[in-house]
Write a protein that binds this ligand. Structure first.
Ligand code: NOJ
Length: 546
């Protein structure tokens, strides 16, 4: 078995606020989450990534933190958090939390003090300019919802930098006091028992912004410091970075021989998955996998289809983006920030079960650790009447019961989806648990097979030539054995010739996983049959346990 847990993990991302309410106030909370841990263990997830849980004014769903050392009172207490850690440990589940350290809320006491006087001890914890910077309008992350990246503060009588919304002033990481404080923040949560962090906006954390408009400086060495702080407190802890950066910068985040961050979301691949699905073509993924840089042995990608944000398609060419929009988000209301789609996967794929399965098998077949967004396992939908990314942040649908079983309150923190194909009477956990043919049951089986096939997490990946634009074939070789993943992105059946394959093989039994029972493949793999949108995982050989 691999030595590093995060290379063999199945990560489930959830927002505590919308997962399960335990006290009837309409807001999900930590105790509610504890009551659902058995569900999560049975699903087969090994790691939970919690979206921000800290005290917050809640103007960006918790990504505007006002105290790094606490739990938002709406979600519970530190006591509840420690209870959650304990209950997770009982079930062998690890916890990761969001580390939102590029910026604070403008209500954080540090910023309140910093803006109040140039003599505040916190003044230099933020990034100021006495005059309007020449590029104050540039570099916005939320076009249409964010005016610029510098705003004037009347009280401070100065301009402050904010990469995101104007209520999220950027911390000044050039200040060693800020870096030392963030070391204490990670130490605090590691001491409480988390196994790692999802680092929000990593490239912005390490950029030094020059108010005169000069080229920003990237301080990758700060990531080494962060990694050291994390490692000293907990040797096996991991940091998963959100860094949607050009390919040539990726390895700088991992660091030489993995000296910086252990995991990064694979944004380039995420966009190409949607392009491949839109075009019914494996080519975008062949290119993505083949051009992906070789990672240090201790590092890995995090793969994902959906997360709590829009699907960011900004890395695609205009014609490619147009194809994805046309297929999955044709209505302007489905699109966001001139670059993305604010829908969940099931409605994007027209609730077509075959395509949903194909999409997830594709994710699980690609190199890296899978991250799954809550509710995807039952095929939850979106509510486009909600603002921006709230469309995909509706309460978890537990049952065909009032408020979907999420809360006993008359009103939930966000409306449950009560109309349409994905309303909670149609799509909910309880019904799907009773149905062996449900999407949830399929997820349970598939995640079990994935966990039992360590080759996917640890093996070297080779793209095989299928001579078919619509079929993707990946081969993984690891000390445990070799597997093949073969997927048909097209709607027409296809049979591909994958002979000859090196190494021991033959005597193939039933597929490890497939969309249906296929006849066994011939020993030379010269004919691998697939239905339209079909998929197969084939064990080529297994090495005996040492
Ligand atoms: C990235 C997060 O994923 C997003 O939800 C948030 O709005 C921004 N960072 C700002 O923290």
């Amino acid at each position: 078995m691999p030595e590093r847990w995060y290379q063999q993990a199945i990560v489930y991302c959830l927002d505590v606020e919308t997962y399960q309410d335990s006290n009837g106030d309409g807001v999900g909370d930590l105790r509610g989450l504890i009551s659902r841990l058995d569900y999560l263990a049975a699903l087969g997830v090994t790691t939970l990534w919690l979206n921000p849980i800290h005290p917050t004014p809640g103007r960006d769903d918790g990504y505007d933190v006002s105290d790094y050392y606490g739990v938002d009172p709406r979600l519970g207490s530190l006591g509840d958090f420690v209870e959650l850690v304990h209950e997770c440990e009982n079930r062998g589940i690890r916890l990761m939390i969001d580390l939102v350290v590029n910026h604070t809320s403008d209500e954080h006491p540090w910023f309140v003090s910093a803006r109040s006087s140039p003599d505040s001890p916190y003044r230099d914890w933020y990034v100021w300019s006495p005059t309007e910077p020449p590029n104050a309008e540039e570099g916005v992350v939320f076009p249409g919802y964010q005016r610029g990246t510098w705003s004037y503060d009347e009280q401070a009588e100065a301009w402050y930098h904010h990469r995101f919304y104007e209520f999220q002033p950027d911390l000044n990481w050039s200040n060693p006091e800020v870096r030392a404080e963030m070391g204490r923040v990670v130490a605090f949560w590691l001491q409480l028992g988390v196994s790692g962090f999802r680092m929000d906006g990593a490239p912005f954390v390490i950029e030094e912004v020059h108010p005169d408009g000069g080229e920003r400086t990237m301080h990758y060495e700060w990531l080494n410091d962060l990694r050291d702080h994390v490692g000293w407190r907990r040797g096996d802890a991991a940091v998963l970075a959100e860094a949607n950066v050009p390919r040539e910068q990726l390895l700088d985040f991992f660091g030489e021989r993995g000296s910086r961050l252990q995991m990064m979301f694979n944004f380039a691949e995420n966009q190409r998955i949607f392009l491949a699905l839109a075009r019914g073509s494996a080519t975008p993924l062949v290119t993505a996998v083949e051009s992906s840089p070789a990672l240090p042995a201790s590092c890995t990608w995090a793969t994902f289809l959906r997360n709590h944000d829009e699907i960011d398609l900004s890395g695609l060419r205009e014609s490619e983006r147009a194809d994805v929009f046309a297929a999955f988000g044709p209505d302007p209301d489905m699109q966001l920030y001139d670059r993305g789609i604010r829908r969940r996967l099931a409605p994007m794929l027209g609730n077509d079960r075959r395509r949903i399965e194909l999409a997830y098998v594709l994710q699980f077949s690609l190199p890296g650790t899978p991250v799954i967004r809550y509710g995807e396992e039952i095929g939850m939908g979106d509510d486009l009447s909600l603002e921006q990314r709230d469309s995909i942040r509706t309460p978890m649908q537990w049952a065909d019961a009032p408020q979907a079983g999420f809360t006993t309150a008359a009103e939930a923190v966000r409306p449950v989806i009560a109309k349409g194909d994905q309303a909670y009477p149609v799509v909910n956990v309880r019904d799907q648990q009773r149905d062996p043919g449900s999407l949830l049951s399929w997820f349970e089986r598939t995640l079990r097979v994935l966990r039992e096939t360590p080759e996917f997490g640890t093996g070297g990946c080779t793209v095989l030539d299928t001579k078919s634009d619509q079929v993707l074939a990946l081969r993984y070789d690891s000390p445990t054995g070799s597997v093949l993943a073969v997927l048909n992105l097209g709607t027409e059946p296809s049979t591909v010739d994958l002979s000859p394959q090196p190494g021991p093989r033959g005597g193939f039994g039933a597929d490890l996983l497939a969309d249906r029972d296929y006849p066994a493949v011939p020993a030379d793999l010269s004919a691998v049959e697939l239905d339209g949108s079909g998929y197969r995982w084939i064990q080529l050989h297994r090495n005996p346990a040492p």
